[in-house]
Design a protein around this ligand. Structure first.
Ligand code: NI
Length: 198
């Protein structure tokens, strides 16, 4: 590899790093750059749960929420995170009654009510699956600043690229914190325990 080629590579890496940092800052601070990021994640929503009932944020009032966005056809990332959430709730024992784990699909075309119902059964019994129209999903994902995009054109075999954070929201639906992918369930449970105790 020549020197010119190498410096081009370094330049590209530097640009990628700068873009990553600025995206993170936007996510943290909000587009205006001011205020805390806290109020900017989450908000009210209107979706359809896995029993076919229309639900809004008010339906979860008074309970903490652990929210994850993904899709049922996801080969590994989503099931892993949903399993981590399940283990964390199991570790919380009776405290888990105060938390609603919520799985929001970013693939409403395939993830209809029946598909969501069959899927959430694989995880913690208190899981609520949320789907809805393409617009409802887009609106909810936007409030949580969740990125997702369809990958591939095969109507049966496409994948969804998506951000993979577990959001902890308080009893009013206000953002508390989030967990990055592969956060150990013990750590998740500990943070939830602290939040409930505070
Ligand atoms: Ni996934």
């Amino acid at each position: 590899m020549g020197t010119a080629r190498l410096s081009l590579l370094f330049a590209a890496a530097a640009i990628a790093a700068a873009v990553a940092v600025s995206l993170f800052m936007v996510w943290r601070e909000g587009p205006a750059g001011g205020g805390s990021g806290v109020a900017l994640i989450g908000g009210d929503f209107r979706m359809v749960d896995h029993t076919g009932r229309t639900v809004t944020g008010d339906d979860f009032a008074g309970r903490y929420r652990l929210v994850y966005f993904g899709f049922t056809y996801c080969p590994d990332v989503c099931p892993t995170e949903l399993q981590n959430m399940t283990v964390a709730l199991d570790q919380l024992g009776p405290l888990a009654d105060r938390i609603v784990p919520i799985f929001v699909t970013v693939d409403p075309v395939r993830d209809d009510v029946a598909t969501m119902a069959a899927y959430v059964e694989h995880f913690h019994p208190s899981f609520v699956g949320l789907t809805g129209s393409v617009e409802q999903v887009a609106a909810t994902a936007r409030t949580f600043r969740v990125y997702y995009a369809k990958v591939g054109d095969d109507p049966d075999a496409y994948l969804m690229d998506h951000s993979s954070y577990v959001y902890l929201m308080d009893r009013d639906g206000v953002y508390v914190t989030h967990f990055t992918p592969n956060t150990p369930p013990e750590q998740m449970a500990e943070r939830i325990r602290r939040t409930i105790a505070s």
